[in-house]
Design a protein around this ligand. Structure first.
Ligand SMILES: [Zn+2]
Length: 188
């Protein structure tokens, strides 16, 4: 994800799935914004994501969800300690991204790709997932602090807010487009 994508994610209120405006459910770590019903359909607990039989076996699933970011949970934001991305079935993932990760992994296995290539592929994806999670966590936390300060004062003018967001993104290392570009999260 690059900076314009994050800015759009923060500013736009369009649901990625159905295009409705005023979509309030955002996950910065997944890079998605949805209307609430669409969020529930598209961001799901690992164990609730239905899979075709050829993808539905434990070792593949285990590697599959390590390769994608999970949603930052509201409760994680209360912690003062920056959490590490957890890879487990109790997390919420983007269904489409999960399916795609599994499909790519399966394709490599089926085509007899060398183990080194597969390991490399997985570790690049894991790094991407970690960075998505950490950036998502920072943005969610910052966005929440903004919301609470907004409740106290009048809303800052839109342009000022955009400047603040861009400054925040630069602090997080954007504009350099140094995000791993091996894979971008798939848009629905
Ligand atoms: Zn929708």
């Amino acid at each position: 994800m690059n900076e314009p994508h994050y800015v759009a994610l923060i500013f736009d209120r369009i649901c990625l799935a159905c295009g409705i405006g005023r979509a309030a459910n955002v996950s910065y770590s997944l890079g998605v914004r949805f209307y609430s019903a669409c969020y529930k359909r598209n961001v799901r607990l690992e164990r609730n994501i239905p899979l075709l039989p050829q993808f539905n076996f434990e070792p593949l699933r285990y590697v599959g969800y390590k390769m994608i970011p999970c949603a930052v949970l509201e409760g994680d934001l209360n912690s003062d300690v920056k959490p590490q991305r957890q890879n487990n079935k109790r997390n919420f993932y983007s269904e489409s991204e999960y399916r795609l990760a599994l499909a790519r992994l399966k394709l490599m296995l089926d085509s007899g790709a060398p183990l080194d290539d597969i390991t490399q592929f997985v570790s690049v994806r894991e790094r991407y997932a970690d960075e998505m999670y950490q950036t998502g966590y920072a943005l969610a936390k910052w966005s929440r602090s903004l919301d609470s300060s907004k409740a106290e004062k009048n809303e800052a003018p839109r342009e000022k807010r955009r400047t603040d967001i861009e400054a925040q993104l630069r602090e997080l290392g954007y504009l350099k487009e140094d995000f791993p570009d091996a894979d971008h999260p798939e848009r629905l």
